[in-house]
Design a binder for this molecule. Structure first.
Ligand SMILES: *[C@@H]1O[C@H](CO)[C@@H](O)[C@H](O)[C@H]1NC(C)=O
Length: 283
């Protein structure tokens, strides 16, 4: 029998990776189905990274969907942590950057402390492996709850004001993890996606979902999209929103990732101690 030469397989995969039209769900990855990267604090098989479950859904904006990124247990765990601590979601005021209430965003939410427990830390390191972006560039995970018509009108995740860029700079990427299924509505839409016309809509989709490229929430799936182009300028096609929930409820967890560290830790820089991230802190 003629066994395939592993070097040739690797070389072929590598060349496909280099081609500009590389579809992520290539047969190459399907052949190498076994997990490629093992993460720290790996106890069970769940903490694995499997690129064959990732599909690129849009180039403008750059958006990717990872099927079953979280296990059901991880989803339920995040909901449990958040459930009793939800507060009305706020938005950043375009001019001052201050957190304000708004009819644009009607969900409730809360932040889960970074690496709060092993499950959270595991999810955070897996996000870092997937996005190739450092854990310290991430904000704390925010868990959001939408029900009965609650929504988030289309918006950008990059900030318009300087105050919000002081720590960590621009947000470059967003990972949205769906923690529940939604019977009807609650889709994530990209109204400016180049793929919006080519997506076939069905009766399952809400009216709102028809106004852009829509991602239907599925428990455990994760959506990654970039708010900045690779050359670090803002990408206006990253406009996105959460369609009103029509039936059922929607739970999502969001990880925003910045271009620099988002941690206010003191770091030693030669003789002088300086603050990482720019904003001063009292301690
Ligand atoms: C950055 O990249 C985007 C997308 O490719 C392009 O439209 C834009 O002109 C670029 N800007 C600069 C300053 O290179």
């Amino acid at each position: 029998m003629n066994l395939p030469n592993p070097f040739i397989t690797f070389f072929l995969c590598f060349s496909i990776l280099l081609s500009p039209d590389f579809p992520i769900q290539s047969s190459c990855f399907r052949k190498m189905r076994s997990p490629v990267i093992r993460l720290p604090n790996t106890k069970s098989n769940h903490h694995l990274f499997d690129p064959s479950r990732v599909t690129q859904i849009s180039r403008r904006p750059r958006a990717f969907l990872y099927m079953n990124f979280l296990t059901d247990e991880e989803c339920d765990h995040l909901i449990q942590l958040a459930k009793d601590k939800l507060q009305k979601s706020m938005v950043a005021d375009t001019r001052s950057g201050k957190s304000i209430e708004s009819t644009v965003r009607t969900s409730k939410g809360m932040f889960i402390r970074k690496a709060q427990d092993e499950v959270v830390a595991g999810i955070e390191s897996r996000i870092s492996v997937w996005t190739f972006l450092p854990v310290e560039n991430g904000e704390a995970i925010q868990v959001l709850h939408y029900e009965n018509g609650q929504k988030y009108l289309p918006h950008w995740d990059y900030f318009h004001d300087k105050a919000n860029q002081a720590l960590g700079g621009h947000r470059t990427a967003t990972v949205l993890m769906y923690l529940s299924n939604v019977n009807k509505g609650g889709e994530t839409i990209f109204p400016h996606s180049e793929m919006k016309e080519s997506q076939i809509k069905t009766d399952e989709d809400s009216e709102c979902a028809k106004k852009g490229y829509a991602v239907k929430p599925k428990k455990g799936d994760a959506l990654l999209f970039f708010s900045l182009h690779p050359n670090a300028t803002i990408d206006p096609t990253s406009l996105h929103g959460s369609c009103p929930v029509i039936e059922g409820e929607k739970w999502v967890a969001t990880k925003w990732i910045h271009v620099r560290s988002f941690e206010r830790r003191r770091v030693r820089a030669g003789k002088n101690e300086r603050l990482q991230g720019g904003k001063s802190q009292s301690s």
